[in-house]
Design a protein around this ligand. Structure first.
Ligand SMILES: Nc1ncnc2c1ncn2[C@@H]1O[C@H](COP(=O)(O)OP(=O)(O)OP(=O)(O)O)[C@@H](O)[C@H]1O
Ligand SMILES: [Mg+2]
Length: 374
């Protein structure tokens, strides 16, 4: 029998073969849909570091809403967010003042839509009511916004204001905002958005290894591929419970096994696992560590390099020494890195990396000119 197709999906935003360890979020949301207007989980904020599964969670919650016969509008934050939402929600674009149209072969399509900022909350609210009226009884509308940390303050304010009114009107709507961990502090500290403080916050963390193992086991063995318990343990451990790494490890151990010429009985061997893990680590470096590192500026990056000199947690006093800075000064970088969930505080006066394999990645980076750490 030919080796089966690879079921793992190490690609941003692509649904994994098993969505591991997130049942509680799905359950909270399903119940909120059933409980009706006023249920707290109809307003959700999903946060977590890159690759923890925020986008696929939005997809999953969208499918749940569709099973309940709701309409779903997914948007990603970038310039013009609120106007785009209005354009996609309204059943009747001609009713929107500020919309322009361009002719097409079939009539007209909505072109640029440019609504005066002060009119946005009301226009969005009208659009949502019009959509709900068109949908009819017992149906609702879910709006999801991904990458919310990149949204304009004015867009978020307009959307939150409209959402607040929809909830007050007891409308069948739900809103889910997803973004990096800094999102919660940024959003919740803004005075206009006290409403968002009532959101149900789901912070997506690492997945317990026993659940990872069970999912690997069922995905691999149910496809008719053999793997022994020791090899399965090794693969499980290499993931650190990090969702993106789960897909990378699964994908690369599968690929090693599939490409091995002597593999006649569809087995993932221990050697396949060891080689697959190596490839997975390299890909993780490119896909996760490289973007994190490139988004960090000079001294903050030096802080990380200084941490990478240690094999385990670093004393913050040692880091300050290595940087040649005062503790107070070095702590500014520490706070920012903790807020971004790139590092974490572990016990008194110590920090450790919060992103798997970031230490190894930093160590193999070429030396940076002109920065003396020692
Ligand atoms: N619960 C899960 N179980 C198994 N794999 C998962 C889970 N959640 C996400 N993944 C996998 O992890 C990878 C990253 O998922 P996703 O793109 O949704 O993360 P993200 O948090 O949106 O990342 P980013 O912040 O970069 O947008 C994908 O390959 C996805 O299939
Ligand atoms: Mg995403």
């Amino acid at each position: 029998m030919a080796f089966p197709a690879n079921p793992f999906k190490p690609t941003a935003g692509v649904m994994p073969p098993v969505l591991i360890g997130r049942d509680y979020v799905s359950l909270d949301f399903s119940e909120a849909l059933e409980d009706g207007p006023g249920a707290p989980d109809r307003l959700m904020i999903i946060t977590g570091p890159r690759g923890c599964g925020k986008t696929v969670m939005l997809t999953e919650l969208g499918s749940i809403a569709k099973q309940h016969h709701w309409d779903v509008v997914d948007e990603t934050a970038s310039e013009g967010l609120c106007d785009r939402l209005i354009a996609r929600i309204t059943p009747d674009p001609s009713a929107i003042s500020g919309a322009s149209f361009r002719p097409t072969a079939f009539g007209f399509s909505l072109g640029e839509i440019n609504i005066a900022p002060e009119l946005r909350p009301l226009t969005l609210r009208d659009a949502m009511h019009a959509r709900l009226n068109k949908l009819g009884k017992n149906r609702g509308l879910l709006v999801t916004i991904d990458e919310t940390q990149d949204a304009d303050q004015s867009d978020i304010t307009a959307i939150a204001t409209a959402a607040q009114h929809m909830f007050r009107d007891n409308a069948e709507v739900a809103f889910i905002f997803a973004g990096l961990p800094s999102l919660t502090s940024d959003l919740l500290n803004t005075k206009v958005l006290t409403f968002l403080r009532r959101a149900s916050i789901k912070s997506l963390g690492d997945i317990p290894l026993d659940e990872v193992r069970t999912a690997f086991d069922s995905t691999i063995r149910s496809a008719g591929v053999h793997i022994d318990d020791g090899a399965l343990d090794l693969a499980t451990k290499a993931t650190n419970g990090y969702p993106y790494m789960i897909q990378l490890v699964g994908y690369h151990i599968w690929r090693e096994a599939r490409r091995r010429a002597d593999n006649t009985d569809n087995t993932i061997s221990r050697t396949d696992v060891i080689r697959g893990i190596e490839h997975a680590r390299a890909k993780l470096g490119e896909g996760v560590c490289a973007p994190i590192v490139s988004a960090i500026s000079g001294r903050t990056l030096d802080y990380l390099h200084a941490m990478a000199e240690d094999d385990g947690p670093s004393a913050t006093s040692h880091i300050a020494q290595r940087l040649g800075e005062s503790m107070d000064y070095a702590n500014n970088y520490r706070s920012r890195l903790i807020e971004e969930h790139i590092i974490k505080a572990v016990g008194r006066g110590k920090v450790d990396f919060a992103v798997p394999f970031l230490r190894e990645y930093l160590r193999q980076m070429p030396d940076r000119n002109g920065i003396a750490l020692r």
